[in-house]
Design a protein around this ligand. Structure first.
Ligand code: ATP
Ligand code: MN
Length: 477
């Protein structure tokens, strides 16, 4: 008999049928009630065993973490807390789990830090089960959103030779023997002997290749791994993360911002519709975490309220210049409570972004038209020649979640911007070909997938929303 997933059993009104259930024991009470979870949903199924007619050897090995298979009849439950239960006719222990050594065998709920150190097992807990089911739904919704709009899913290279975003943050890829590096006469490394015959890196963004796709296919998106060797140990940065990068021909900045808003609202609505139980559990978790904080640091809104706020309201749109004005007039600025200074021309720091979103507007904010000096060379120069057509989207609790722009489509302007910013024009000739041959206005953005998962789950550390986080000095499992 094929196994039935617990989700199917719990989310159906059917009764009095035979089935086989397999999963891992969460708890065993009164030598009679086993809570079994198979990962298909948050809740466990109660399996009722007749201990008088069950082998003692089996009963002795029903411990938290053990895997079991049970066959029986689904009946309406007499007890409180569940609608149905499985009355077992037969029960088998598939894999024992020694309670003295099982890392999740804890009296108290394990802390997130403890679970991070046991990331190979943490997916078995309620909280990580919920997070990774939500993560899956978000990924599915990303593809569904773009597919419905007729975008082409384009896979850009993971190993690249282009150094567009600025060096220093990239992981080098090489097969050279580091103990015996071939050198040229002048002493520099001879990359002609390396695997690709040149020096290569892991990609920091698929954007430039994405532009090539958009200027042929019209509208494309990428959804793939990105790597940044930035040595910043924050709760919002990973060395390996997933990024979604749509790129659209014939879009201007306003259309780009409109798409980004629609996109975020769509994927959040998707999880509200499809991951109700997981989100309610995460909402509770966040509420408990908030209770530990002093009153003045607590969030005004619950997780579910925050998610509904995003789907129900259009985002606030302001220019960088307006953002600076608001910050200069703000209480924390006047009371010197910001750690970093505010002045036109410098980048907004996380504390500034969070003030705008959480205190001032109380909803996601799209900031546009940044000073050209603090943004990338490919962003379109505005008529004022001081600012570029950039946009960042700031989300409550997260800060920057999206970075995007209208791209500079004018060859001469782009070339002079590249020279100004010391980007090697020669090496980027392939990129400039899009501007030489049938250039068009176009735009795009990048959304860090883990920042989106952070927002949707109400978690606060980015290490908790990717199954196997990679951060400085840490690449376990
Ligand atoms: P930040 O200022 O937060 O470092 P950034 O300006 O470097 O972001 P972009 O280069 O615009 O970010 O990348 C696009 C998106 O990728 C960001 O909006 C963010 O959501 C995400 N992102 C950037 N760096 C990381 C990282 N190290 N880990 C996870 N997500 C990231
Ligand atoms: Mn960064």
């Amino acid at each position: 008999m094929q196994r039935t997933k617990i989700k199917e059993i719990l989310y159906s009104d059917k009764l009095d049928y035979e089935c086989v259930v397999k999963g891992w024991v969460r708890s065993f009470r009164n030598n009679q009630f086993i809570a079994v979870n198979d990962g298909s949903c948050l809740d466990s199924l109660q399996i009722v065993v007749d201990s008088n007619n069950t082998d003692k050897d089996i009963l002795d090995h029903i411990t938290a973490g053990a895997s079991v298979s049970a066959r029986g009849i689904i009946k309406a439950s007499l007890g409180k807390g569940q609608k149905v239960e499985l009355i077992a006719d037969s029960l088998e222990v598939l894999g024992r789990c020694d309670p003295d050594h099982y890392p999740l065998q804890l009296k108290n709920r394990p802390s997130l830090e403890y679970l991070r150190e046991h990331a190979h097992l943490r997916m078995r807990t309620h909280v990580f089960g919920a997070i990774f089911r939500v993560r899956h739904s978000l990924a599915f919704a990303v593809h569904e959103f773009f597919h419905k709009k007729g975008f082409v899913y384009l896979n850009t290279p993971i190993i690249t030779a282009s150094d567009a975003e600025g060096a220093g943050e990239m992981f080098q890829v090489t097969t050279l023997d580091l103990n015996n590096v071939p050198r040229k006469e002048d002493g520099s490394v001879d990359y002609s002997e390396d695997f690709f015959g040149r020096s290569t890196n892991l990609t920091v963004s698929g954007q430039l290749e994405g532009e090539l796709g958009a200027l042929a296919l019209g509208e494309i998106y990428t959804f793939g791994p990105t790597f940044r060797a930035e040595n910043s140990n924050t709760t919002r940065h990973l060395a390996e993360f997933w990024m979604i990068e749509p790129e659209m021909a014939f879009y201007d900045l306003a259309e780009n911002a409109q798409l980004a808003q629609e996109f975020i609202q769509y994927v959040i609505q998707y999880v509200l519709d499809h991951n109700r139980a997981d989100l309610e559990f995460l909402d509770q978790r966040l509420a408990e975490e908030e209770k530990q904080k002093p009153q003045n640091e607590r969030s005004e809104f619950s997780l579910l309220e925050k998610l509904r706020m995003v789907t129900a309201n259009s985002f606030e749109k302001i220019t960088y210049t307006e953002a600076i004005d608001i910050l200069l007039k703000s209480k924390p600025y006047q009371k010197k409570q910001f750690k970093y200074d505010v002045s036109w021309g410098t980048d907004l720091q996380s504390e500034h972004e969070r003030y705008l979103v959480e205190k001032h507007f109380k909803k996601p904010v799209i900031v546009t038209d940044y000073p050209k000096e603090i943004k990338s060379f490919y962003m379109r120069l505005n008529d004022d020649e001081k600012t570029v057509a950039a946009m960042d989207i700031l989300a409550p609790g997260i800060g920057e979640i999206v970075g995007g722009s209208q791209r500079e489509e004018r060859l001469d302007v782009l070339e002079s911007r590249m020279q100004e910013m010391n980007v090697p024009v020669e090496e980027m000739s392939w990129f400039l070909d899009t501007r030489r041959f049938g250039t068009v206005p176009h735009a795009g953005f990048g959304l860090g997938f883990e920042r989106l998962v952070l927002f949707a789950t109400g978690m606060t550390n980015i290490r908790d929303v990717i199954p196997f986080p990679r951060t400085p000095k840490s690449a376990n499992f």
